[in-house]
Design a protein around this ligand. Structure first.
Ligand code: ZN
Length: 137
C-alpha cells in the first residue's frame, strides 16, 4: 500500500467511522455520500456535514461467494443495500447475522468493524458494516 493510499484512507476516515453526509439547502433532502449536486432536486449541494443516525433497514441484499482481493477471509458474506432512516440508500456488508437469516425490511444499525487486511504488512482497514438492531428494552 502506497503513501498516497494511506493518506487517502486517513482522509476518508471520518466517512467510514460515522455516516457523514449533507442536507440539501434547496429541498432539505438528506445526501450520502456527500456530492456536489443534490440527487433529489439536482441543485448545487454545498452544506455543513450532516451525521446520520446509522439506523436503517435492509432494502435488498446478496451473498458474495467470490469476493475481491483482500476480502477472501470473510467469504461468503452478505452485502446489503441499506435504506437509512433519513432516506438515502447505502451499500454495506452485514455482520453478526447468518446469511440465511437476512430478510428484506430487517432493522439494522451501523457498527465499525475490520473490513480487510493488506498483504504481509498486515495493515488492517476498518470501516462501517451493518448488524441487526439490538432489541431495546
Ligand atoms: Zn435538493
Amino acid at each position: 500500500m502506497s503513501t498516497t493510499e494511506i493518506a487517502r484512507h486517513w482522509r476518508l476516515k471520518a466517512q467510514r467511522y460515522q455516516l457523514v453526509g449533507e442536507v440539501c439547502p434547496h429541498c432539505n433532502g438528506k445526501i450520502f455520500p456527500p456530492r456536489d449536486v443534490c440527487p433529489h432536486c439536482a441543485e448545487e449541494a454545498t452544506q455543513p456535514p450532516f451525521r446520520f443516525s446509522g439506523k436503517g433497514e435492509v432494502y435488498s441484499y446478496t451473498t458474495v461467494h467470490n469476493p475481491p482481493e483482500g476480502y477472501e477471509e470473510s467469504a461468503p458474506y452478505t452485502v446489503a443495500l441499506v435504506k437509512l432512516a433519513e432516506g438515502p440508500l447505502i451499500t454495506a456488508q452485514l455482520t453478526d447475522v447468518a446469511n440465511s437469516e437476512v430478510e428484506i425490511g430487517m432493522p439494522v444499525e451501523m457498527v465499525t468493524r475490520k473490513l480487510r487486511s493488506y498483504g504481509e504488512e498486515g495493515l488492517i482497514i476498518y470501516g462501517y458494516k451493518f448488524r441487526p438492531q439490538l432489541a431495546r428494552i
